[in-house]
Design a protein around this ligand. Structure first.
Ligand code: AGP
Length: 372
């Protein structure tokens, strides 16, 4: 009923709007009065956390994309190599695990069988397993060495939204905690990064406040047969997630690519009128990410693509090459996925509704996949 959906058309819409709170709640109570991170709940001895030499993130679907985002941040902050692998692939190869490997299992439901089997396998091989899970009392945290809960609240819609943002937030807390413990960042840098994280909920709200335009564009594109999504760095997993959302609930062929990979094949797909989403990083970053992606937009545009660009407020460089611009507030590069993914979620939801589909219960899918 409309009441449990908080007045929204679907649980998915409600959960998209829960996102500022999901991030804020996941951050809540995890710092002391001096602003230092306290993750006592981890229950992994500090000696172990100091000695780990590799992190392997295992998860499926959207949860795996959150791990993919986290890899960029954790490697940057902690200088620990991070691998991200789909749980079902990890389970059936011969991964190298030692007591110095920290395996991080990410799951909204805590019941995904592929992820659970991978957790069991990792523990049998002597690795430490930390679960990042949303559902209290579920199986994955029970079978792990430790758990860091995301506090997104119950997620009902099959398409994961607020759990994704909460998973990235929890992974970032873990990364900052490891950096604090291992001294790989100065305390003032840590505080600054934590502050950037804490400033996100109102920025996410700002994106939600501008949803009307995203909805209009989605309705107008409801008969498109295919969409491509491009991103670089942390924008790459955001592109993958945007494509997954469209496949799942709107049954539209969609594919995400690393923008740099275009010229190695996918650019052949571009023909007149092909819609292409591009997730653009901050022009204020000290790297060349921004100018590289602006050339990617030009390249697809020159071949006839219609470009839908997610760009920061004030980024004027994209204007000449964008058919449509969805603006997001300015953030540090590593924080950008938490705002950039929101228009993509709204777009998928609105497009599915425009096609008359059941957004919360897409065909062939279950909320949690409890079979291997
Ligand atoms: C996301 O929209 C999907 N429905 C799906 O990919 C999901 O994220 C995946 O099955 C993992 O579920 P979990 O987080 O409950 O383990």
């Amino acid at each position: 009923s409309a009441a449990v959906k908080g007045g929204f058309d679907s649980f998915m819409d409600k959960e998209i709007h829960d996102q500022p709170k999901a991030v804020a709640d996941t951050l809540l109570g995890r710092t002391d009065e001096k602003g230092a991170l306290v993750l006592d709940e981890l229950r992994i001895p500090e000696t172990v956390l100091r000695s780990i030499d590799k992190i392997i993130v295992i998860a499926c679907g959207t949860a795996a994309y959150s791990g993919h985002v986290a890899k960029y941040a954790i490697e940057h902050w902690c200088r620990i190599p991070v691998e991200v692998e789909l749980a079902h692939e990890f389970r059936y190869r011969d991964p190298i695990l030692t007591p110095r490997t920290l395996v991080v299992a990410i799951s909204q439901s805590g019941e995904t069988m592929d992820t659970l089997m991978a957790v069991r396998h990792a523990r049998e091989q002597g690795a430490y397993v930390l679960a990042i899970v949303n559902t209290h009392g579920s199986t994955i945290p029970r079978e792990s060495d430790a758990v860091l809960y995301t506090h997104a609240g119950p997620e009902v819609a099959v398409a994961s939204t607020k759990a994704f943002l909460a998973q990235i937030t929890a992974c970032y807390l873990l990364g900052l905690y490891l950096a604090q413990l291992r001294g790989t960042k100065f305390p003032d840098e840590l505080r600054e990064t934590l502050r950037e994280l804490q400033e996100l909920p109102p920025k996410i709200q700002q994106v939600l406040d501008g949803e009307g335009y995203v909805r209009e564009v989605a309705q107008a594109m409801k008969d498109e047969p295919s969409f491509l999504f491009l991103g670089r760095h942390v924008g790459y997993p955001v592109a993958l997630e945007g494509a997954l959302k469209l496949k799942e609930i709107a049954y539209i062929h969609a594919e995400g690519f690393a923008a740099g990979e275009l010229k190695h094949g996918p650019i052949a797909l571009i023909e007149e009128g092909q819609p292409v989403f591009v997730v653009v990083p901050s022009p204020r970053g000290r790297d060349q990410l921004h100018s590289k992606i602006v050339s990617n937009i030009q390249e697809v545009r020159a071949r006839g693509a219609r470009t839908l660009v997610i760009a920061e407020e004030g980024d004027e460089a994209v204007v000449p090459y964008a058919d449509i611009i969805f603006r997001v507030p300015q953030t540090a590069t590593l924080m950008s996925p938490l705002v950039a993914v929101v228009p993509l979620q709204i777009f998928a939801s609105e497009l599915a509704k425009a096609k008359g589909l059941d957004v919360d219960q897409p065909r062939n899918l279950a909320k949690s996949v409890t079979v291997e």
